[in-house]
Design a protein around this ligand. Structure first.
Ligand code: MN
Length: 203
């Protein structure tokens, strides 16, 4: 469904802006998708406009060589990927994992789902300024929790994103004000574990 090549377009979300209430509010979702993501898409298209060779690369391919790219391309490519990934990783019908490959691996890696939640929250709280916390897998299928700053992305480090949380203030300030911890708790009320499981199974 997502177009992964230039020119990039901002497709509608697979759920209504108010669908994640009361965890994430309608206005935040609308601004986040229609303005913040849209701006990264517009700026990425502008940055790639005169670069025919880079236009042939997918978003993931751009990110895999991000350290070699001009900042206006790498930052905006990250902004597009990270936001799309974040929005796809949310759902009005959250289901906590109790079985399946990813649940098994989470239990094995973190001891329990509850321990994972705690460690993921701690990581998301630890991001200084703007960035993301991610559950990622290595090619050896080892799970870890990492953080990235600004619009940097795990693909650049050779890691496979499983699920992420955007902790830039625009992701929560209208509802949660400065209380990032409350937003992270609420994020667990709308996290899309089917999406995460698919990411884990399909690389
Ligand atoms: Mn954002």
């Amino acid at each position: 469904m997502q177009n992964n090549y230039y020119p990039f377009e901002n497709y509608p979300l697979p759920y209504a802006f108010n669908a994640l209430e009361p965890f994430i509010d309608e206005k935040t979702m609308e601004l986040h998708h229609n303005r913040h993501l849209q701006t990264y898409i517009d700026n990425l298209n502008i940055a790639l406009k005169n670069n025919v060779r880079l236009q042939k690369l997918s978003l993931e391919q751009l990110l895999s060589i991000a350290i070699k790219l001009p900042l206006n391309i790498s930052r905006n490519a990250g902004g597009v990927y990270n936001h799309r990934f974040y929005f796809e990783g949310l759902t009005p019908n959250t289901q906590f994992l109790t079985e399946g490959e990813l649940a098994k691996k989470i239990n094995e890696t973190f001891g329990s789902y509850e321990n994972f939640v705690k460690q993921f929250k701690d990581a998301a709280l630890s991001v200084f300024g703007s960035g993301y916390a991610w559950l990622v897998a290595s090619w050896q299928r080892k799970l870890t929790i990492i953080t990235t700053k600004n619009q940097e992305n795990p693909i650049t480090a050779g890691l496979i994103p499983i699920i992420n949380i955007d902790v830039w203030e625009h992701a929560y300030y209208l509802k949660h004000y400065n209380k990032r911890g409350d937003y992270i708790d609420d994020w667990f009320g709308v996290a899309n574990w089917v999406f995460a499981e698919n990411n884990f199974l399909t690389f």
